[in-house]
Design a protein around this ligand. Structure first.
Ligand code: GDP
Length: 458
């Protein structure tokens, strides 16, 4: 049974602040306004009110009151807002007064959005988009989250599901009425055609090089290389240099540190991997293993070497990086007397890399070209193509399952003696995956579509 209690919470930021917005949602929202503000303003019109403790009449504050009757509200329920001064004591007493009204209680995390979802105001992808919008750290992330909140993937998925159900309805009709003389023989062919179109559209959406997911999580750039080459120094330089560091924090292991940068409006997660030397010590081995794994799944590897170090040159980088491009960072140029005198061995090695940069991480030299190139890399990665529909592994999984199911349906339809029940079954499975994507799964739609779209005359 759905919870019919009225919920309230402070929806604005951490106090003390200039203003706090207290939101109320549920059947007693109107009563709460009457009790605290002494009146119910015109719908959707901010109105100056005096907020009092209902029991004693003590004045708490002057502020704005808003009456937002459902279903045209964010949660779909009756809602009210009180905008009061954002001090701890003001907020505490307003919440206290609301809690004193029978049937009203403090909201749980995400509960307003939860109600909006349950009342059909937002689908699941829009709920995710809303979460992403709140978490967005860069303009590109904000734009993507807003598109998702406004239904970029949700509307598309709903359209796909509608068409899929129509195709399914054709097949079902063929099955249900196959012995009737006035049912056209070939209902399967248009269903198959439509399923094939849908499949191609979804496959195209999936072939986006994971751009949407990367935009959400940040493009991963790993700094790797032999011990003492200056990786940590470079990492700290890049992290501190960029004015727009968003949230520096230590990674979950002591071996991989990460920092979030904003480069030309795009999110980049920079990783500092531990020195990758072969070690007999188990803890260190584990660290090296993790570092390799993380660097191996990066989108770009900066392979740092110590230009002043003697000894054979490492050819470890390209192997380590897997598919990701590797840029060579020749560090400690300050220690090398004559930089132009590169050995032929060095020149040969450099030609294996897409780009080579010469830096002194310690002195902060040579970093500008690197940062410009990194921004360009991020820009190229994200800017190509249209906005991604898929922004999470969940979307990808559901869409892939949908495509797989349609493929099975198509394969069956191409068989020598196609079994219509199996085609219907696979299309139904596909529609269910799509329904899971937007958070609405109800097969009753199939029946509705049959009787709405086909005048069988029964
Ligand atoms: P990591 O093991 O690759 O992370 O290397 P670190 O960043 O810890 O640096 C190893 C040593 O090299 C430290 O003493 C740094 O101060 C020094 N170092 C790093 N970059 C430079 C550089 O560009 N020039 C010079 N002279 N020393 C550097």
């Amino acid at each position: 049974m759905t919870d019919r209690s009225t919920i309230f919470a402070v929806s604005s930021g951490r106090p003390p602040a200039a203003i706090a917005v207290v939101r109320i949602s549920g059947p007693r929202a109107r009563l709460a306004l009457e009790r605290l503000a002494g009146r119910v303003p015109e719908p959707r019109q901010a109105t100056l009110v005096r907020v009092r403790v209902p029991a004693t009449g003590e004045i708490l504050d002057d502020g704005f009151g808003l009456w937002l009757p459902g279903p045209r509200s964010e949660t779909g329920e009756d809602m009210a807002e009180l905008h009061v001064h954002g001090g701890h004591a003001v907020i505490a007493s307003v919440l206290d007064a609301l809690g004193g009204i029978e049937g009203c209680r403090l909201a749980q995390p995400g509960e307003f959005t939860r109600r909006a979802f349950e009342n059909g105001k937002l689908d699941l992808t829009a709920v995710e988009g809303l979460g992403d919008l709140i978490a967005a750290e860069t303009p590109a992330q904000r734009r993507q989250a807003f598109r998702q909140l406004r239904g970029l993937i949700g509307d598309r998925a709903e359209d796909w599901r509608r068409r899929l159900i129509e195709a399914l309805a054709l097949v079902e009709a063929r099955i249900d009425f196959s012995d009737e003389a006035d049912v056209p023989e070939n209902l399967i062919a248009p269903a198959v055609r439509s399923a094939r179109d849908l499949r191609d559209e979804m496959a195209a959406a999936l072939a986006d090089k994971h751009r949407g997911e990367r935009l959400r999580e940040g493009l991963v750039v790993a700094i790797a290389g032999p011990p003492n080459a200056g990786k940590s120094t470079l990492f700290n330089r890049l992290a501190r240099r960029e004015a727009a560091i968003v949230s520096p924090y230590a990674g979950t292991t002591r071996d991989v540190l990460e920092v979030h940068l904003e480069l030309d409006g795009y999110p980049v997660t920079l990783l500092d991997t531990a020195g990758m030397r072969d070690s007999a010590e188990p803890v260190e081995q584990e660290g090296v293993r993790r570092a390799r794994e993380r660097a191996g799944s990066a989108d770009l590897v900066l392979w740092v070497t110590d230009l002043s170090a003697a000894g054979p040159l490492s050819d470890q980088a390209p192997k380590l990086a897997g598919q990701a491009p590797v840029w060579l960072i020749e560090n400690k140029i300050d220690l090398v007397k004559c930089q132009n005198a590169k050995s032929s061995e060095q020149r040969r090695r450099n030609s294996e890399y897409e780009f080579t940069f010469s830096t002194s991480a310690a002195k902060g030299e040579g970093l500008d070209p690197l940062i410009v190139a990194l921004s360009g890399f991020a820009g190229n990665y994200f800017a190509g193509g249209e906005a991604s529909l898929v922004t999470r592994a969940r979307h990808r999984r559901e869409l892939e399952e949908t495509v797989t199911a349609i493929d099975c349906a198509l394969a069956e339809s191409a068989a020598k003696d196609p079994r219509e029940e199996l085609i219907a079954e696979e299309l139904r499975r596909a529609a269910t995956s799509l329904g899971r994507l937007t958070g609405r799964v109800d097969v009753e739609d199939v029946l509705d579509a049959i009787f709405r779209d086909f005048c069988i005359g029964k």
